[in-house]
Ligand binder design. Sequence first.
Ligand SMILES: Cc1ncc(COP(=O)(O)O)c(C=O)c1O
Length: 391
Amino acid sequence: MIPITRPLFGEEEIAAIARTLESGWVAQGPAVAEFEGKVAAYTGATHAVATSSGTTALHAAVAALGAGPGDEVVVPAFTWVSTANVIQHLGATAVFCDIDLTTFNMDPAALEDCITARTVGIVPVHLFGLSADLEPILQTASRHGLWVLEDCACSLGGFYRGTHTGRLGDAGCFSFHPRKSVTTGEGGMVVTDVAGLAERTRSLCDHGTATDSEADGSGTAFLLSDYDGLGFNFRLTDLQGALGSVQMDRLAGVLEARRQVALAYDEALDDLDWLTTPTVPDGVVHAYQAYVCLFRPAEPSLDSVHSLNEQRNALMTELDRRGVATRQGTHAPVLTRLYRERYGIRPEEFPNAVLADRLSIALPLYPQLTAADQDTVVSALRTSIGVASRH
Ligand SMILES: Cc1ncc(COP(=O)(O)O)c(C=O)c1O
């Protein structure tokens, strides 16, 4: 079976984890600090705060930005569900914005209509490693006095007009889940240039520890600090920090290998009129966390999506039978029972998100994918379409 992804670990990762075990310090400590320093240096951010996942990075950052009951935060209607969930958890409301089907990212043209007097922030998502179109999003935010938190879960190595994703908004949140280019098993990181925001985020991730010197035990190691607010335990462990540091050292090679696989797919699939390969707008560097295509044997619409979805699923089933793993790109939270039933969301108001949910297809992509395996994927796609189109 050719898997959808495969993390890349070597002797260096094993040695780094062994060193951490031998040191006896396995909770958050020096290895996490080193990992934070490497992510800050790579992205160019002044501050980096490690968290236990991409979801907890978003949760802590949205909390640190101050969203709460009565506030609305705009998120794309096609993204991993936690982008929206963390906002709901804080008592604020996630307001969905439809996406642009060519990039799978938030459609800046649909954004203005999502903003009300209650809106406090916008969370653009750089899905699959491709930066959202930030300039118009930032302009809308500044017109309305809103903060911007970039969901960079997929976009380590992704740039917008020369700047790393996560650096143009108030903060950016990364994920180190195994489908990402750097993995710590589970893990995340908030980057920001705003010192106060970094400090609040760090405090929230550590139970709400007071950060002022008078309340922190006066620099002693034996007194506990004071606590200002309700925090969480969202800390990353040093075992993971050590792993992440070594993974960061591999990043340039991993990104280049992923890019080569993606370019080979672009070329090999160019003549398929039923499959749209990823589009990379000018000025954007795609990090290729995933290679996500749109299954498009006919012009998709809400009327045709059901039968096209059956064909896509038949294609994925046939590929699976031939030993090639695929996935839908991500999902549209607006289609989940949670958002439809508990929050009364009407998915038909987000047609492109519905089409992306039902028609996207991610192909195997990882640095160790051999040219021979990639040929197998491409020929399986070409032959499986016959089976799919009979549905
Ligand atoms: C767009 C997006 N946001 C947030 C997350 C959450 O990250 P994690 O799985 O590390 O909690 C993911 C995870 O894949 C994601 O794709």
